[in-house]
Design a protein around this ligand. Structure first.
Ligand SMILES: NC(=O)c1ccc[n+]([C@@H]2O[C@H](COP(=O)([O-])OP(=O)(O)OC[C@H]3O[C@@H](n4cnc5c(N)ncnc54)[C@H](OP(=O)(O)O)[C@@H]3O)[C@@H](O)[C@H]2O)c1
Length: 199
């Protein structure tokens, strides 16, 4: 299969496309035919190896342990590993995986969900990491209660744009977003009650 690979940390120029072995799903995993891959902020961190602390956290001290970047994907299940019963070949899913920037990627079955029919693969692949980060921040860490006010810094960014929408959906009373002026209309469109210019 064709895959984007990198052997060293660095700028986008370290990425190249080459023929690679198709991954084999392990226990609890499935193999995805990738239809669309998302680019969240973490892809940049893992490509550049910055901040340096992340290299010591198990991602590879001198070079990335995972040669193919990409964590967000939407695609079709083509094979299931041992112990997987919730998904079957042919299922259209989206979620996080290992090595999304390839024709096929391995993914944990419990990190995938059925792709809603109203979302294209490209739309679904833009959701997992950024939206789950926003959801965990608001619901799990922030314990947002209905009626509370929320301030979203970077409200036009990958995480922030979901945070504005999720805060409203979770019943926040007033949502304020910060962004640069060119993005103010977008942040209002996403549901913010007030927009502040962070410049
Ligand atoms: N822990 C996790 O699992 C996890 C997952 C995802 C992301 N993150 C982290 O969450 C952060 C946001 O990620 P993201 O994907 O949303 O990034 P992003 O798409 O690049 O958005 C970041 C936003 O921050 C705003 N910003 C930049 N500099 C600013 C400043 N000096 N003052 C105020 N706002 C500023 C930008 O707003 P304007 O463009 O409007 O200027 C931009 O929209 C990153 O630090 C990322 O590493 C963590």
């Amino acid at each position: 299969m064709r895959a984007v690979v990198q052997d060293v940390y660095g700028p986008p120029e370290v990425l190249r496309v080459e023929e690679s072995e198709r991954p084999v799903p392990g226990p609890g995993e499935v193999l995805l035919k990738v239809h669309a891959a998302g680019v969240d902020q973490g892809v940049w961190h893992l490509m550049t190896g910055r901040p340096h602390l992340l290299r010591a956290l198990g991602f590879g001290l001198r070079a990335p342990k995972t040669r193919t970047p990409g964590q967000d994907a939407a695609g079709r299940v083509t094979a299931v590993g041992p112990g997987v019963s919730a998904l079957r070949p042919g299922d259209e899913v989206y979620g996080t995986c290992s090595g999304a920037f390839a024709e096929y990627a391995r993914a944990r079955a419990d990190r995938l969900a059925p792709r809603p029919a109203r979302l294209t693969a490209e739309q679904a692949a833009a959701v997992p990491v950024s939206a789950c980060t926003a959801l965990q921040a608001l619901r799990d860490r922030g314990r947002l209660a209905p009626g509370q006010s929320v301030l979203v810094l970077g409200a036009a960014g990958g995480v922030g744009s979901y945070a504005v929408q999720l805060a409203k959906a979770l019943g926040a009373g007033r949502v304020t977003g910060t962004c640069r002026p060119a993005k103010a209309d977008l942040v209002r469109f996403l549901g913010a009650d007030e927009v502040l210019d962070h410049t």
